[in-house]
Design a protein around this ligand. Structure first.
Ligand code: SF4
Length: 889
């Protein structure tokens, strides 16, 4: 057992007993798994800083991690159980859930119920959920939103390695001479890992970076070579690479003795058509020469690879190249899947997916099933995989699943064919939602709502993308009646009659059991064995330092497979013959790519609370190539309607050549709460990879057309409000909200309309309207202080938006109506550097004046990019765009 040797005190005593002192914990967003130091204040808030001693981030944080303190407020929190729309006590709520699930199982069998969980859950919570579903309900119908994120990596790992093992560690990116980033916008989606890569590159300028991505993302700022690959062209590219490895005799014959399937894989690679990658011959040749000529290569891949109907084959195409050359499991070498979610890895470790057993054991293997069932002494154990996410919600829609319990995820917003998921849940006889927030799109469809503790209120462990297990520690008291997830699940299990098996008193006891089970798995040959921690005491758990698995008497940490031993029955790795498949175009002219934006996380239930994070991209947008925009008659800031057979979405046009013609891109974050017409996942067909079950989230075929509204509006308000019009998108600002609006019908009277919109029936009003030109400006105030304002025009209104939002609560109604910036406060424009709130206009002015012509100089002059560094790629791009002509020559 390794206690945490670092000096910051950690919480002691039973979990969830109240506010703690300063603690070391973990950021709850992406799979980098950065360590944070949290200090509570006396008002229920926090200060947050990067943990300088955490081996994932060494003190760094990105914009999201830096703004964590702004997300712990109680606005919108679910604070008490609700049963059939009525507030209820825990006893009633737990009894209803236990009885309904027991009754459903008794009447329709175990496969009539399901759990849909989340990579946001802690390992301990995940362990309890998986034990309840598989060992006690007797169904493998437990799946997770991680299915949408990295299931193809899991499947590819298991096919090649015999186990779901990430071979390397983060430091391999720093030690490599060539880092290839495939379908990974690391700069935005794993920003601290990107910062580590940038620092390594600065220290060793000879290091090379290649980005393989149809989009020119922020990550390309560091790339020596950007391969703007054709969508779905990755298999063609890596097959071309494998064929090149073979034809130039760059294989590693010694390592290939530990691998089977090489002959078939080489033959399939030779038969492939490199033209399918859609690259110029020069770019393709440059990449092949660089990869084959460099020994220390790390290939990082993420959602661009995984979220594909050919995701698993794509993963194996990448793994093939590393296996053929033996570039795996050694310093600076290896394939590296980076996970999107904070605890996707922990979920995999406990077996919290429909096709997995606990501790990386296999559900299809009778000996594995018997071992887990024996350890749990459980009454049941399914002998076949359950329904993966897409099939699970289809089964709900078809009435085969009659009771579903959804924990910490929002499938009505995030699943493909999202409106069909909503319809399925509406028709489901019993829906339980356990969450932190009360008003999510999914929570609105629940029969029972169970309030859970949030990130800073609960204790447990998470595992990051490099297999490092870190403690998350509670630092704030649980508000209202919120309870920890493991405890809620265990309480239901106890009420279903399984008290002895679910009798833990703390997450430490759950972790101790999980670690003990991993020892059983290790004896069966599993890679995941953390039996060092079996029976861990409460005190040791509280003091646990970050530890990389495996952690057992035979092996502690390190890399996998460098010595050529795999977890297959014969101990050999597997190369797979894979072939690129050309998907049917589907008739509609545009292929919609989806992904994340820099400062938001998933469906924004947390990051949406931060004005800083909301200022970078304040509304849902569509990156659209200038040629496409011209063809559609769209100019920047117009609204664009996207449609297909699943529905219609309206997004703001962001015209840019970052995307290729015909391949627009839209972020996934907006929901019915924040922008009902911006829910892009409703357009994504549930077209899963046949092996992994992961949906093809980057290939929705859509039609586009300019959306022409009768009027466009911009509103600011101190109090929340919900518009009712064709397009609206809401974002937090300090002291209130800013909202973009557009509608197809104009009201008769703008003042009356604005009163109703804001619900300000008694406030004083000032207004200027020009009916003939379709212009209106209406401001409401109380005692001269601005409460809300609405600006309307026949075109998207041009205003100093942030400046006007900053006027909330101020006394200058006439200046507000004039839409003017304050003379002493020039409009900085939308924030580029979210940490220091440096806006686009400010940065542009400094560049155009020649005052700052490098990212470092922008930091010196304005402070931009000097905190978390997430905006540094954006700053570099702005310098390139706005550099004065003579300075560029
Ligand atoms: Fe959190 Fe950012 Fe670190 Fe990811 S990179 S864990 S979002 S601080």
């Amino acid at each position: 057992m390794r206690p945490d040797p670092r000096p910051v005190p950690t919480q002691t005593g039973p979990a969830q007993t109240g506010p703690a002192q300063t603690v070391r914990s973990t950021c709850p967003y992406c799979g980098v798994g950065c360590g944070v130091i949290l200090t509570p204040d006396r008002a229920g808030g926090l200060s947050v800083s990067g943990d300088p001693d955490h081996p994932a981030n060494f003190g760094r944080l990105c914009s999201k991690g830096s703004a964590l303190a702004e997300t712990v407020g109680l606005d919108g929190r679910l604070l008490a159980p609700q049963v059939f729309g009525q507030a209820a006590g825990w006893d009633v709520a737990l009894e209803v859930v236990a009885k309904r699930f027991a009754r459903t199982i008794a009447a329709h069998g175990p496969d009539s119920v399901a759990l849909y969980v989340s990579g946001q859950m802690l390992t301990e919570d995940y362990y309890v959920a998986n034990k309840l579903a598989k060992g006690y309900w007797g169904t493998a119908n437990i799946d997770t939103n991680s299915r949408l994120c990295m299931a193809s990596s899991v499947a590819g790992h298991r096919r090649a390695f015999g186990s779901d093992t990430v071979p390397g560690q983060y430091e391999d990116l720093e030690l490599a001479d060539l880092v290839v980033l495939v379908g990974s916008n690391l700069a935005w989606c794993h920003p601290v890992l990107y910062q580590r890569l940038c620092a390594a590159r600065a220290a060793r300028p000879e290091m090379r970076v290649v980005v393989v991505d149809p989009r020119r993302t922020a990550t390309c700022e560091i790339a020596d070579l950007h391969l703007a690959i054709a969508p779905g062209g990755d298999i063609a590219l890596f097959n071309a690479l494998l064929a090149e490895v073979e034809s130039t005799r760059r294989t590693n014959p010694g390592f290939l003795r530990h691998v089977t399937g090489a002959g078939a894989a080489f033959a399939a690679a030779r038969a492939g058509d490199p033209a399918g990658a859609g690259l110029s011959p020069a770019d393709l040749r440059g990449f092949l020469d660089l990869w084959t000529g460099t020994q220390k290569v790390v290939t990082v891949y993420s959602q661009g690879v995984n979220q594909s109907s050919q995701g698993t084959d794509t993963v194996n195409a990448i793994l093939n190249c590393h296996l053929a050359t033996g570039r795996i499991g050694r310093p600076g070498m290896g394939p590296f899947s980076v996970t999107g979610q904070p605890n996707a890895m922990g979920g995999r470790e406990v077996g919290g997916m429909a096709n997995m057993l606990a501790c990386h054991l296999q559900i299809e293997n009778p000996a594995h099933r018997a071992a887990v069932q024996g350890f749990w002494a459980s009454p049941a154990m399914p002998d076949k995989p359950g329904l993966k996410a897409v099939d699970m919600f289809r089964a709900v829609g078809e009435g085969r699943i009659k009771a579903i319990w959804i924990i910490h995820t929002n499938p009505v917003a995030s699943m493909p064919e999202a409106d069909l998921v909503a319809a399925a849940l509406r028709a489901c006889p019993f829906v339980v939602v356990q969450d932190v927030m009360a008003g999510t799109d999914t929570a609105r469809l629940a029969h029972v709502l169970l309030p859970a503790t949030a990130w800073a209120e609960k204790a447990g462990t998470v595992t990051n993308s490099e297999r490092r297990i870190s403690r998350q520690r509670a630092v704030l008291s649980a508000p209202g009646q919120a309870r920890d997830d493991w405890r809620i699940l265990a309480d239901v299990a106890r009420r279903m009659g399984w008290g002895a098996a679910f009798g833990w008193q703390s997450p430490a006891e759950v972790f101790a059991e999980h670690a003990a089970l991993s020892g059983v798995a290790g004896a069966l040959g599993s890679d995941f064995d953390i039996s060092d921690h079996a029976g861990i005491s409460q005190a040791a758990y509280e003091a646990l330092a970050p530890v990389t698995w495996p952690a057992n008497a035979r092996r502690r940490g390190g890399r996998f497979f460098g010595e050529g031993r795999f977890h297959t029955p014969d101990g050999k790795g597997r190369m797979l013959a894979v072939a690129a498949r050309v998907d049917a175009a589907g008739g509609l002219p545009f292929r919609l790519n989806t992904g994340r934006s820099r400062d938001h996380w998933h469906t924004m239930t947390r990051t949406g609370q931060s004005p800083r994070l909301s200022s970078h991209m304040a509304e849902p947008f569509l990156e659209l190539h200038p040629q496409d925009a011209a063809d559609l008659g769209v100019v920047p800031a117009d609204l664009v309607e996207l449609s297909n057979r699943f529905g219609r979405v309206i997004l703001r046009a962001l015209v840019t050549d970052r995307v290729a013609p015909g391949q627009p891109f839209a972020p996934i974050h907006w929901t019915g709460e924040t922008a009902p017409s911006g829910r892009v996942d409703l357009l994504v067909p549930a077209n899963p990879d046949q092996i992994s079950g992961q949906p093809d989230s980057k290939a929705a075929r859509v039609s586009l057309r300019k959306f022409t509204a009768r009027w466009y509006g911009y509103a600011v308000a101190a109090a929340d409000f919900r518009p009712d019009c064709a397009y609206w998108a809401k974002a937090r600002v300090r002291g209130g909200w800013r909202v973009e609006l557009a509608a197809e019908q104009a009201p008769l009277d703008w003042v009356t309309h604005a009163r109703g919109l804001f619900g300000l029936h008694d406030a004083e009003v000032a207004s200027v309207t020009d009916t003939g030109r379709g212009l209106a400006r209406v401001a409401f105030h109380l005692d001269g202080r601005l409460l809300a304002a609405l600006f309307v025009g026949p075109e998207p209104v041009a205003l100093a938006r942030d400046q006007l939002a900053a006027r909330l609560g101020e006394t200058a109604p006439q200046e507000v109506l004039a839409g003017r910036s304050r003379a002493d406060r020039p409009d900085p424009g939308p924030a580029v550097c979210a940490c220091l709130n440096v806006g686009l206009n400010t940065i542009r002015a400094a560049i155009e004046a020649g005052r700052a012509l490098s990212v470092t100089a922008l930091g010196d002059v304005l402070g931009a990019g000097t905190s978390c560094g997430s905006c540094r790629p954006d700053l570099a791009a702005l310098i390139g765009r706005h550099r004065p002509k003579q300075a560029a020559e």
